[in-house]
Design a protein around this ligand. Structure first.
Ligand code: GTP
Ligand code: MG
Length: 441
């Protein structure tokens, strides 16, 4: 290998591809057709999220857009919190199958304590489902039902004033997660001049609050012009109705009032046709593509970074997935070791602490025991003393008792002797005196 080739190889530089001309027809010019045929067989999925206050006309607009009647229920004004209600339908037009999911944010904007969090969580949950499928060893993205939200139709109430702060906060929270197309609902309830001013005001507020709404792409020449024109018409002011009214000799979808008829598909009456063109006929694929390449990509990147994966180190050295995995594994193992060591140390400290506590308790018990022993001995000594005293008292008492008994005996003896003596006395006639002396010990 030449030195320059080696250098090029070591720098990972790819050699420039060389242009060659073909000798005849090969057939790979049918690739776009193969792609179309494969996509048609596989079918498409498209997921729309409708956000707007209860009764703003969400269901009517969906029915009008797809020219059918979806099963919907009127939402109550007393929902406890915002609830996301997805409904999936299989639609077919010509030979194209479309799995359409319409997600209704039921209860949004009804009461002041209802916020956008359930909507954000729902969008993230769909991204998470897709990511989990992608990360599986055996993944089947081919027949996986992709529920990621491709577009959020944000229904603005036709007040003619400014946007509500809830609208601005919600759109700001959603703009990095989903393609937002703002629409002014029930546009037949606002006059033409007011509508014009309202549109300008809304766009001004969105720009000044840094809300990024979906811009119809202008990089594809085929649709650049129409998309650029339509971008200037945002937000679309729409009217929805599935009621058919006879205008001239044609039946058209319209809303009939005592003073006239508002035709849904008349561009002089509202922007419904513009919305349908932009959303379905021209940019449906771009919405799907933007969802995957921008919003999902951002979610995926943040999620993987959160999990510790990165493409390069601090010095912008690229990391392969294998290297990242190894680094992460090492980091995890050392963290595990550190935690183990920490726990072991904690355990040792705890044992030491408990040992000390036990020793202290033992010492306290011992002291208590000694103290009780001393008290016991003292008590014993006192009792002994008392016993001795009592014994002495008993002895004294016994002695006294014996003396008294002796005395009594003497006295008795003396009493018994007295009549005899009296007789003797009488006989001797001499006076005798007797002295008894008793010594009591
Ligand atoms: P929930 O699902 O209950 O939140 O209501 P929603 O937003 O789906 O509204 P829905 O489509 O049920 O319409 C509510 C009412 O508004 C119905 O009486 C519709 O006929 C009426 N409505 C719908 N679209 C329009 C519109 O463009 N203009 C006017 N004036 N009324 C409309
Ligand atoms: Mg509805």
């Amino acid at each position: 290998m030449a030195a320059t080739d080696l250098e090029r190889f070591s720098q990972n530089a790819e050699p420039e591809p060389r242009s060659l001309s073909l000798g005849g027809h090969v057939g790979f010019d049918s690739l776009p057709d193969q792609l179309v045929s494969k996509s048609v067989t596989q079918g498409f999925s498209f997921n729309i999220l409708c956000v707007g206050e209860t009764g703003i006309g969400k269901s009517t607009l969906m029915n009008t857009l797809f020219n059918t009647t979806f099963e919907t229920e009127e939402a109550s004004h007393h929902e406890e919190c915002v609830r996301l209600l997805p409904q999936t339908y299989d639609l077919q037009e010509s030979n194209v199958q479309l799995k359409l999911t319409i997600v209704d944010a039921v209860g949004f904007g009804d009461q002041i304590n209802k916020d956008e969090r359930p909507i954000v969580d729902y969008i993230d949950a769909q991204f998470e489902n897709y990511l989990q499928e992608e990360l599986k060893i055996r993944r089947s993205l081919f027949d996986f039902h992709d529920t990621r939200i491709h577009v959020c139709l944000y229904f603005i109430t036709p007040t003619g004033h400014s946007l509500k702060s809830l609208d601005l906060v919600t759109m700001k929270k959603l703009d990095s997660k989903v393609n937002i197309i703002p629409i002014i609902a029930k546009a037949d309830t606002i006059s033409k001049s007011e509508l014009h001013k309202f549109k300008i005001k809304i766009m001004g507020e969105l720009v000044s609050n840094g809300v990024q709404i979906y811009q119809f792409p202008t990089d594809d020449e085929a649709v650049a012009e129409i998309n650029a024109v339509m971008n200037a018409h945002l937000p679309f002011a729409v009217v929805g109705s599935t009621e058919e009214v006879k205008v001239g000799n044609k039946l058209v979808r319209a809303r009939q009032y005592p003073w006239g008829v508002v035709q849904v598909e008349n561009e002089n009456h509202c922007d419904f046709v513009k919305l349908r063109e932009m959303l379905i006929r021209v940019n449906m694929e771009d919405l799907r593509e933007q969802t995957h390449s921008r919003h999902y990509e951002l979610y995926r990147r943040c999620k993987l970074e959160e999990m510790g994966f990165q493409d390069s180190d601090g010095d912008s050295q690229p990391f392969s997935l294998q290297e990242t995995y190894e680094a992460k594994r090492k980091e995890f193992l050392s963290e595990l070791q550190r935690k183990e060591e920490e726990m072991r140390q904690m355990f040792v400290n705890k044992v030491k602490e408990t040992e000390l506590e036990l020793k202290e308790k033992e010492r306290e018990l011992h002291e208590k025991f000694e103290h009780l022993k001393r008290i016991h001995q003292e008590e014993k000594r006192k009792v002994e003393e008392k016993r001795r005293e009592l014994e002495e008292e008993t002895n004294a008492f016994n002695r006294r008792k014996a003396a008294v008994e002796a005395l009594q005996a003497q006295a008795l003896h003396a009493t018994l002797q007295q009549p005899l003596r009296k007789d003797k006395d009488k006989k001797k006639a001499s006076g005798w005196s007797s002295i008894y002396s008793v010594t009591i010990p």
